[in-house]
Design a protein around this ligand. Structure first.
Ligand SMILES: [Zn+2]
Length: 182
């Protein structure tokens, strides 16, 4: 029996979000191995990336919440090589200097791309649980995809202690399935 294709959404596994980066997520590189394992369970791998111009509105210099990160053309914006190698498609977000985008569906056409490919179900992992993973999973659900987040494949920023856990609760309440491990 032919089942509809499943897509893995590998969110923002980029150098600036990994240890040593300008907006590093603690233990962020721990998501890479689970994402690689998940890629064997799906038929389409989409990598999203934060991809900002200089002086993006989300940066501190503009009154935004974040230090400069993932600037187009800099090493910090590059996707982890293992994730880059397994991606069938790379989706860029936050490219407008005046608009921020946490969700991989925001202004990218991703929902249409997935529907065109026959995808009905998405599996989400990457960085970070409490920002772009949460936004991407909630948007996937709103777009009508069966959506699952794998806890082994995500890490949180936790600006406030417990942000990651609260985000998981919020996703669960919104109808996102939460799976512990690959
Ligand atoms: Zn950003």
């Amino acid at each position: 029996m032919n089942r509809p294709p499943i897509a893995l959404l590998a969110v923002d596994v980029q150098r600036d979000f990994l240890p040593g980066g300008s907006l590093a997520v603690s233990d962020g590189d721990a998501v890479v191995a689970p994402l690689r394992a998940l890629s064997d369970q799906v038929s389409l791998v989409v990598a999203t990336r934060d991809f900002h111009p200089l002086h993006h509105c989300s940066f501190l210099e503009r009154g935004g919440p974040w230090p400069p990160h993932c600037i187009i053309g800099t090493p910090g914006a590059t996707i982890h090589p293992d994730i880059d190698a397994m991606a069938d498609l790379i989706v860029s977000k936050g490219t407008d200097p005046e608009v921020d985008a946490y969700s991989g569906f925001d202004g990218t056409g991703l929902a249409g791309i997935l529907r065109s490919a026959g995808v009905e179900r998405v599996v989400v992992g990457g960085l970070a649980t409490d920002y772009c993973v949460r936004a991407t999973a909630l948007a996937a659900r709103r777009e009508g995809f069966e959506t699952e987040v794998v806890l082994a494949a995500v890490r949180a920023v936790d600006v406030h202690a417990g942000d990651g856990d609260r985000s998981v609760e919020q996703m669960h309440r919104a109808g996102v399935a939460i799976r512990e491990s690959v």
